[in-house]
Design a protein around this ligand. Structure first.
Ligand SMILES: Cc1cc2nc3c(=O)[nH]c(=O)nc-3n(C[C@H](O)[C@H](O)[C@H](O)COP(=O)(O)OP(=O)(O)OC[C@H]3O[C@@H](n4cnc5c(N)ncnc54)[C@H](O)[C@@H]3O)c2cc1C
Length: 212
């Protein structure tokens, strides 16, 4: 879909400096958790940025999750968004997304938790299995992570990356129907792919999205 204007349906705080934003789904738009959109604000003089689908499905609305960087160009404007505001979207983009795999293991750093919960929720809804290893100094989306754990997912929330290798070793079964996903900024991707290899997984087969 080319750049299209749509409307914010709801904004929820999901932790320190973090919001989940429901967007009205434009006509003809569909996406899977893990795909991302090019996002900008017609009312703000700021460059577009990319945000990843964090809802398990796209219905009348879909969700993105943003960790606000108040020193950033777009972040402070996103923090001011309210329902009814207009945003511009293009996409979906990306190839590292959920494709009905039976067992998903998602390693997420910082805002990578958005696609992690979207993918894990969708996999459980589809009758599959899910593991989420989430690393963030100030974790967000605690309610949805707790709900995933209550539904039988393997969930580890880590405040620094020192324990990623151990948690990954617990989660990875290296079975043929298992798919590993990694989402986050570049420094986390290195930690995560090393952890996958050390756990006996295949980091080259992982679906990886670099947030920058
Ligand atoms: C594929 C992809 C998916 C993504 N998905 C998500 C997501 O789901 N959720 C999410 O929260 N984020 C996601 N991101 C990151 C997001 O696109 C933005 O990069 C992020 O929100 C910061 O944007 P900003 O405009 O607020 O900050 P920016 O203006 O980009 O600044 C970021 C930081 O860099 C610093 N900075 C900027 N320019 C300089 C400079 N010249 N020198 C030194 N420091 C500088 C700023 O002070 C700030 O602290 C994704 C990125 C990609 C590439």
């Amino acid at each position: 879909m080319d750049r299209t204007i749509t409307t914010v349906s709801a904004v929820r705080s999901v932790g320190p400096d973090a919001v989940a934003i429901d967007l009205e789904t434009p006509d003809g738009f569909d996406a899977r958790p893990g795909q991302f959109v090019k996002f900008s604000l017609p009312a703000a003089d700021a460059a577009p940025r990319f945000y990843t689908v964090s809802s398990p499905v796209v219905d009348e609305t879909f969700e993105i999750t943003v960790e606000i960087d108040y020193d950033g160009e777009l972040g402070p404007h996103i923090a001011d968004l309210d329902s009814g505001d207009e945003v511009a979207l293009a996409g979906p983009l990306g190839s590292a997304y959920y494709e009905d795999e039976e067992r998903v293991v998602v390693l997420a750093g910082g805002p990578g938790v958005g696609p992690a919960i979207g993918i894990a929720e969708r996999a459980l809804d589809d009758g599959g299995e899910a593991a989420v290893i989430y690393c963030d100094a100030e974790p967000i989306h605690e309610k949805r992570l707790d709900a995933l754990a209550d539904s039988g997912a393997f969930v580890r929330v880590l405040e620094d990356d020192g324990a990623v290798a151990d948690a990954t070793r617990e989660a990875i079964m290296a079975e043929p129907d298992e798919q590993v996903f990694v989402y986050g900024f570049a420094d986390f991707l290195d930690v995560a792919t090393d952890a996958v290899e050390a756990a006996g997984g295949n980091a080259e087969a992982a679906k990886v999205e670099n947030f920058g």
